[in-house]
Write a protein that binds this ligand. Sequence first.
Ligand code: HEC
Ligand code: HEC
Length: 316
Amino acid sequence: MVNSKTFSPGVCLLLALFGCEQYKPKTSEGFTAQAQNIVFEKCVACHAGGAAEYGFGIVDKPSLMIANGFIVPGDPESSKLYQKLLAKPPYGRRMPYGGPYLNESELSAMREWIAGLGESSVPVGSEITVTLETTGLSAEPSAGNILVKSGSRLSLALQVREGDSLSGLLAQNIEGTCPKGQFVGMRYETGVLTKSCSLKIYADNPCTEILPNLEFEKDIQSILSLPIGSSSLTCTQCHYQGNSDEIPAYAATQGGLASQALVMAAGVIDLGTPRASKLYLRPSPEGLPRMPLRGSDFLSARELAKICNWIQDGAL
Ligand code: HEC
Ligand code: HEC
């Protein structure tokens, strides 16, 4: 008996060989019916485990997507799988690749599905995942998935960049869906964990290494005015004095970025606070859109660290 509207008689005829019964939509473990339909109709063509070229995604196995860090149970906003469906994904192209993209109701079905994955607590002692993201910590803990036992707390030794005090790392620097915890000396201890969750820790100072005594003319100017990576693009090629006369988009840096005085005048620096400075943020991976606009090469980690340290130390 076929009672589902999903399958037209034609399809059933085609499938008669295999028996239509087995094609009744059945919700697999870890999916809501709606999310499963969307994923099977719009994603698996490219992301089924076996598809040679795009096999990396394996979107049809929720447990694998969680284990591989693409889904943070209960937290759609932090889940790459969901982020990739939005207009501005954090990397690469919006999915489904090439469109058509999901409409509002499909997007909320995906949201609800991922949000719901976090709802039920798992039995004490079973394995759960804490997905950790960090910014501005010097080395430890490194970002990634940490397996812990349900019912326990996760205790992390925090290493902030040398020269920064832990006071820069306050409770508000810790976000995510894990139960709120507390600082114990140089450690942060979460609340009791009862289900998989995400933890984002960021220190105020995002510089990835310490590079003291930097000066604009000696260390920064060349980053802004020489070709970026192996491209021929430079920052000053777009941000030069006079460009805003023709193209209003350049008004913010209307003098250009060629000299220290012009950079200061552009209002893209908050002295001592790289995190609030567009000159650091826009070319960083967090830049929206990331500079250089239309570039495929970006500033190197070392170059970003130089801009970061220069701003941190007062932009001399
Ligand atoms: C036409 C082929 C195609 C379809 C359909 C498609 N994708 Fe993709 N997907 C790609 C390609 C190619 C990439 C890698 C490039 C990129 O990230 O932009 C990718 C990347 C991704 C990534 C990031 C993978 C990684 O390793 O970081 C996720 C997550 C993803 N897709 C989810 C989805 C979801 C969810 C759907 C369905 C709503 C979907 N994709 C539909 C081709 C496709
Ligand atoms: C191909 C042209 C182009 C290149 C190359 C380019 N930019 Fe931009 N940039 C733009 C445009 C257009 C805007 C304004 C629109 C926007 O904010 O996205 C902008 C905006 C900015 C802003 C924000 C200004 C403000 O006040 O909102 C900063 C900072 C910036 N760019 C820095 C850089 C740096 C640093 C580089 C080199 C790594 C660079 N840009 C390379 C085109 C470019």
